[in-house]
Design a binder for this molecule. Structure first.
Ligand SMILES: Cc1cc2nc3c(=O)[nH]c(=O)nc-3n(C[C@H](O)[C@H](O)[C@H](O)COP(=O)(O)OP(=O)(O)OC[C@H]3O[C@@H](n4cnc5c(N)ncnc54)[C@H](O)[C@@H]3O)c2cc1C
Length: 365
């Protein structure tokens, strides 16, 4: 007898949601992803900026303004990174560090999705159905299953299960009606913010001699030349900068106007470089929830799963810091979901066998 696989809605198409979506789709479950953005990636982010060059020509440049890249600490994530690299979804980046920079923690090599950061999630979700620009603001559980809503409009079909793969603060209002205990944990899960400056500047030097800096002091935590990263476009005479402020600085100035923040970070970059920067285009982005706080109290479980309701939660705030943590959390939740499906299939096969045996044995009727 063919068992109908449970349908699953995954809210959030960052690395956690994309990992769950792929695992379930590969196991034959009908899966649908929902994301408020125009495409997948989440904090694996690349922005396409449009600007006008010195000659008055329109130009576009892509800047990786979220995660810089990642390392693999666990054997399972290393195996995933190896496969992704073999498939040419990832490249190795061994950045030259600026003189006097703090060293990279752990490995001197980072994996970088190519040609842009969301590419990793795009590949994972190849062939999986999704709704973009769909900011989920309501989850309702009725007799037919879970209804997923945005702006008062419900998605056409209900789902047997729902997975939330969102930063904790964004999951709270969706969880509250169904698991108040989880909503309370999520509402206090500490996340650090980050102000990011990105832009294009004239570059008089043919080569700066370094790709990445971690200044030991001052407002800047990371300074990177995006155009020297693997798979990124390099244009002679241009420098493509992405600059992340320190957590403390970002916290103190979180509510400042973007124009003020831009001015401060531009000045900090010029001070760090020891020369002025001729900007052609520049913009800032405020990440309210960039990374879980490493000294925060992480919840004990690496994912949350309520089998009775068919409701799950995963993401970096549960699995540990960064992309690897988000991936590990998503893998663990996928395994729990697939286990439930296999238990249900086992129970249903056992019932079918028992019914057949009953039919064959008249004394059992
Ligand atoms: C500036 C910065 C630098 C970083 N540097 C590194 C690094 O060097 N190394 C590293 O490992 N990690 C780094 N990180 C952290 C890393 O990016 C995250 O840990 C990881 O990407 C989290 O993945 P996720 O899937 O859990 O969440 P996200 O990537 O945040 O995905 C959540 C998704 O949910 C969507 N969403 C939110 N609310 C809704 C809603 N209501 N309805 C529908 N969709 C919704 C969002 O649009 C998003 O796509 C950095 C992050 C930032 C911001």
């Amino acid at each position: 007898m063919e068992i109908q696989k449970e349908s699953v809605a995954v809210i959030g198409a960052g690395i956690a949601g994309a990992t769950v979506g792929r695992a379930l789709a590969l196991a034959g479950h009908p899966v649908h992803l929902f994301d408020k953005s125009r495409g997948p990636g989440g904090r694996l982010a690349t922005r396409r900026v449009e600007w006008v060059d010195r000659q008055g020509h329109a130009a576009t440049t892509r800047l990786d303004h979220g995660a810089l890249g990642f390392t693999a600490r666990s054997a399972t994530f290393q195996a995933f990174a190896d496969l992704a690299q073999k498939a040419a979804w990832l490249a190795e980046w061994k950045p030259s560090l600026a003189a006097g920079s703090l060293p990279l923690e752990g490995s001197a090599m980072l994996y970088v999705p190519v040609p842009d950061m969301p590419a990793l999630c795009r590949h994972l979700l190849d062939g999986v159905s999704a709704s973009w620009s769909f900011a989920v603001d309501g989850l309702h559980r009725g007799p037919l299953g879970w209804q997923v809503q945005a702006g008062g409009v419900s998605h056409a079909t209900p789902f047997d299960a729902v997975v939330l793969a969102l930063p904790p603060a964004q999951a709270v209002h969706l969880l509250s009606p169904h698991r108040l205990d989880w909503a309370r944990h999520a509402s206090v899960a500490p996340m650090q913010p980050c102000w990011t400056l990105m832009g294009i500047a004239d570059e008089p030097e043919p080569s700066l001699g370094w790709d990445l800096a971690r200044p030991a002091t001052g407002p800047l935590a990371w300074v990177l030349r995006n155009d020297t990263r693997p798979g990124r476009a390099h244009v002679a005479g241009q420098a493509h900068w992405v600059v992340h402020a320190r957590m403390g600085w970002s916290c103190r100035h979180l509510e400042q106007p973007a124009a003020w923040v831009q001015q401060q970070l531009q000045a900090a970059l010029a001070a760090y470089l020891g020369r002025s920067v001729e900007w052609r285009h520049c913009v800032v982005h405020r990440w309210r929830y960039a990374l879980p706080q490493s000294h925060g109290t992480a919840p004990a479980a690496s994912y949350w799963w309520d089998s009775a309701q068919g409701l799950g939660v995963c993401g970096d705030f549960l699995g540990g810091c960064g992309i690897e943590g988000a991936w590990l959390s998503a893998q663990a939740l996928s395994a729990a979901l697939l286990q439930r499906a296999s238990d249900a299939a086992g129970a249903s096969t056992a019932c079918a066998d028992a019914a057949a045996a009953d039919a064959a044995d008249p004394h059992q009727r």
